[in-house]
Design a protein around this ligand. Structure first.
Ligand code: VIB
Length: 216
């Protein structure tokens, strides 16, 4: 079994619980309260900068030129495309100022940065993978279950169900598999552990938006 297949099996319960979250269900039917989406967007724009930096660190530490290029491209796409999306969303959803970083975003962003910088590079690759893979899977799920009619969150939904994004996700998965195949069993286990941790942090990110979790 490929590393990615067993890694996904190990996060299946987390993934299933993400699909059932009120944030996701209300995004699908368009009833998600605006302030919850605003919290999400503000935190996500902060997250994306940290995520882009983490991808660039992984790229710099990659063991071959094709992997370097792939991660630098992921980093560039994250900063350019996602920031542009957020800018237009900031207008659409009347967000004036960027909020300060809140606990769930802080935890996830700094887990990614420290893992990318300090752990074996394969572990850094595994840590950033749920961001791609879970969003693709959740995006497809939302797309398939969406109701017809006016959904204020349609543009967000369309972004993550697109085929171009699908290609990037498949590429990130296969790079992780190729690196796992050359890694020791200890490193492979650390990769899985990082993959699981990031998946839990994806859950927490949406939950924090729904319950408006903020520093005291
Ligand atoms: C908390 C959080 N996790 C994942 C993504 C999704 N995402 C961000 S950058 C990127 C790759 C290049 O576009 C993907 C899939 C997000 N937006 N916010």
């Amino acid at each position: 079994m490929k590393w990615s297949e067993q890694a996904w099996l190990s996060i299946e319960p987390i993934y299933e619980s993400i699909l059932q979250m009120p944030f996701i269900q209300e995004l699908i039917d368009g009833t998600l309260p605006l302030e919850k989406f605003q919290y999400y967007l503000m935190q996500d724009s902060i997250y994306l900068e940290h995520f882009g930096r983490s991808l660039a660190i992984v790229g710099a530490r990659a063991q071959n030129i094709p992997d370097m290029l792939a991660f630098f491209r992921f980093a560039e796409t994250t900063i350019i495309v996602e920031n542009a999306l957020h800018e237009s969303y900031f207008k659409d959803f009347a967000i004036v100022d960027k909020d300060t970083i809140q606990p769930a975003c802080h935890h996830y962003a700094h887990f990614l940065r420290s893992t990318a910088a300090l752990e074996a590079v394969e572990v850094g690759m595994a840590a950033v993978l749920p961001c791609f893979w879970i969003y693709k899977a959740v995006g497809d799920y939302i797309y398939q279950h969406q109701q017809t009619g006016n959904n204020p969150y349609q543009k967000w939904i369309d972004t993550y169900a697109g085929e171009e994004f699908g290609i990037a996700v498949r590429s990130a998965i296969s790079i992780c598999d190729a690196n796992a195949a050359q890694a020791t069993t200890v490193t492979q286990a650390q990769m899985t552990e990082a993959f699981i941790a990031s998946s839990k942090l994806e859950y927490d990110f949406w939950e924090a938006a729904y319950i408006n979790r903020r520093w005291k």
